[in-house]
Ligand binder design. Structure first.
Ligand code: GDP
Ligand code: MG
Length: 597
């Protein structure tokens, strides 16, 4: 145990975590030159493309230092707010953390939020200034920022380049010197903390854990304490580039278990594995059930593909337990599913995976958060509303509560004014304003989550010219004056476009929605009115003017192949269209509300 080091890398997105991890694996000969593909830890295609790490993984390295052999377990953490609970469990499995800061970008919101998590878990923090090879690097200034933040000495800040490898060897030595070995009791009953799981179509669900106390043995009967389920440990082992089966994984070490679990929902991140024969009295602290934060309807573009969509979503859930779904129907779109996501990025990822991996063409409806509705009849009982169209009739409604978050935004001092204006427009309440350094300010706001779902990131990015970062944590539910804004296309209400909006913003947003839809819906043979309404009251209206000519008319007598091309193009375009009454509505229109400026 004294030669084990468990550590994670915490960093803001793009500060070079994956690249640095690759260098560590290379220097420790965990992977050969031949195996080295850039960013080994991001093994899902989509992760590679988006350059983000979605699921955390662990990898074990061996390294000789001053004549002793060390085991270094690197636990990779996802770098996006949507997955912050997973980050917190990965961090809880470690004794040390490398705090990576980009030498050109300095400290950002996720640097700080992850740092707080690491400090809460008493991790030894090793500050690392990364990308020192960049011409735009600003090592002196950024080191000062880190020193201000941590209260460490400037000499404690290591300077490395994940790209060139400079300073990485020294970093390894520092990990061994500074990160304390795990402190578990090998004689105590088994307690292993699950920090991740992965679905393998051939072997079932594999859970990754750190053995906090006791040992886990092959063949042993184990129990997952939160779910209460029991399994035989068919295989246990440690995680090199490939899994290495072992008879036992000992106290302090990080490993995997395969036990015939078929579905991802059975393995909950944060759960404790114990022994059936000699169970631990208590589970490891900090377990939470992850709850979806954002909901949206997913509908097949082609109504015939409903069953296929169900099958595809079920497949996705096998390896992503944070995705939830239930059937729903929409007057406008027919049969589909209401799905729950951890956040907007998660929604985007699922939508893309459905398209790429399952070849599904789907319409995503306006995302919303999960509301609590209270009726006059039963004003103490919260009704969960995951779809605005399920909101009880306003006449019998006592109140609606919506989720609030605590948001941290870090930006340059120059942009503070604009960021505040944006947050206040989004119904935010300023709680704190904190100068991290002379030029960097942290703003703490309480904000309705719903406002963050609607074009918050994009606007934050544009007003701050990219120099603002954002992180949040769920806070509580609060009563708000929300009204349902409905959209009518050609006099027909389109339930999939309804949204719950704060009464003060309802007119403005209704108007912008109509304008946006006018842009997005192609002109057709007749005039199409687009209206926004609250109940029976129309609050905004736009008209899409009829087309004057048949598009193919100008091809008559002309070149046949050109005409065919045009028709094919129309057909391809149609695939993404949905018929609402007499009007063809493109898929993008259903997300129009997210793109209002
Ligand atoms: P992550 O999001 O923290 O995992 O960051 P990545 O490792 O994916 O790196 C983000 C980007 O920064 C990629 O384009 C990397 O090639 C680049 N990068 C990472 N480390 C360095 C470095 O030390 N120097 C330079 N110049 N670029 C780097
Ligand atoms: Mg990465």
């Amino acid at each position: 145990m004294k030669n084990i080091r468990n550590f994670c890398i915490i960093a803001h997105i793009d500060h070079g975590k994956s690249t640095l991890a690759d260098r560590l694996l290379q220097i420790t000969n965990t992977i050969s030159e031949r195996e080295l593909q850039n960013q080994v830890l991001d093994d899902m295609d989509l992760e590679r493309e988006k350059g983000i790490t979605i699921k955390s993984h662990a990898i074990q390295m061996e390294y000789e230092y001053k004549g002793e052999n060390y085991i270094l377990n690197l636990i990779d953490t996802p770098g996006h707010v949507d997955f912050s609970y997973e980050v917190s469990r990965s961090i809880a499995a470690c004794e040390g953390a490398l705090l990576i800061v980009d030498a050109a970008q300095s400290i950002q919101a996720q640097t700080i939020s992850n740092l707080y998590l690491a400090l809460e878990n008493d991790l030894e923090i090793i500050p690392v200034l990364n990308k020192i090879d960049l011409p735009s690097a600003n090592p002196e200034e950024v080191t000062d920022d880190i020193v201000d933040l941590l209260g460490c000495d400037p000499e404690d800040v290591l300077r490395v380049s994940g790209k060139t490898g400079e300073g990485v060897e020294h970093l390894l030595h520092t990990i061994i010197e500074k990160v304390p070995p795990p402190t578990g009791d090998p004689e105590a009953p088994l307690q292993a903390l699950i920090f991740d799981s992965v679905y393998n179509p051939f072997r079932g669900v594999e859970a990754f854990y750190k053995v906090v106390n006791g040992e886990i043995k092959k063949g042993q009967e184990v129990k997952f304490m939160a779910t209460g389920k029991k399994y035989g440990a068919d295989e246990v082992g440690t995680l090199k580039l490939k899994q290495v089966a072992k008879k036992v994984v000992k106290t302090g070490d990080v490993g995997y278990i395969i036990s015939g679990i078929k579905e991802a929902v059975e393995v909950k991140v944060g759960d404790t594995i114990t022994s059936v024969e000699n169970p631990a009295k208590e589970a490891i602290d900090g377990f939470e059930e992850v709850k979806p934060m954002v909901f949206a309807g997913l509908y097949p573009v082609d109504t015939e593909e409903y069953e296929e969509l169900r099958y595809s979503i079920e497949k996705l859930i096998l390896n992503d337990a944070s995705l939830t779904f239930e059937p729903e129907s929409s007057a406008a779109l027919g049969f589909g599913f209401r799905c729950g996501f951890l956040g907007m990025l998660h929604l985007e990822i699922i939508q893309e995976r459905l398209e790429r991996e399952f070849n599904m063409n789907v319409i995503t409806t306006v995302p919303n958060v999960s509301y609590h509705a209270f009726t006059e009849k039963d004003p103490d009982k919260a009704m969960l509303v995951n779809n605005p169209s399920e909101l009880p009739d306003p006449s019998g409604l006592n109140r609606v509560e919506e989720p609030y978050i605590r948001a941290s935004i870090i930006t340059k001092a120059d942009f503070v004014g604009q960021v505040m204006t944006l947050c206040i427009e989004k119904r935010g309440i300023l709680k704190n304003q904190n100068y991290l350094t002379q030029h960097r300010v942290e703003l703490i706001f309480e904000l309705p989550l719903a406002e963050v779902v609607f074009d918050f990131y994009d606007r934050l990015k544009s007003i701050s010219k990219g120099y603002a970062s954002f992180d949040y944590a769920p806070l509580d539910m609060r009563a708000s004056k929300l009204v349902k804004v409905d959209i009518l296309i050609n006099a027909e209400p389109v339930d999939a476009l309804s949204a719950l909006i704060h009464v003060d913003n309802a007119y403005g947003i209704g108007k912008k929605m109509c304008e946006k839809l006018r842009e997005l819906i192609p002109r057709q043979q007749f005039d199409i009115p687009i209206q926004a309404a609250i109940g029976a009251k129309i609050i905004a209206r736009e008209t899409i003017k009829a087309l004057r000519k048949d598009v193919t008319a100008k091809c008559y007598g002309g070149d046949i192949s050109r005409k065919r091309k045009l028709l094919e193009k129309q057909k391809a375009g149609k695939k993404k269209m949905r018929q609402i009454g007499r009007v063809e509505v493109p898929q993008s229109a259903f997300l129009a509300v997210l793109k209002l400026n």
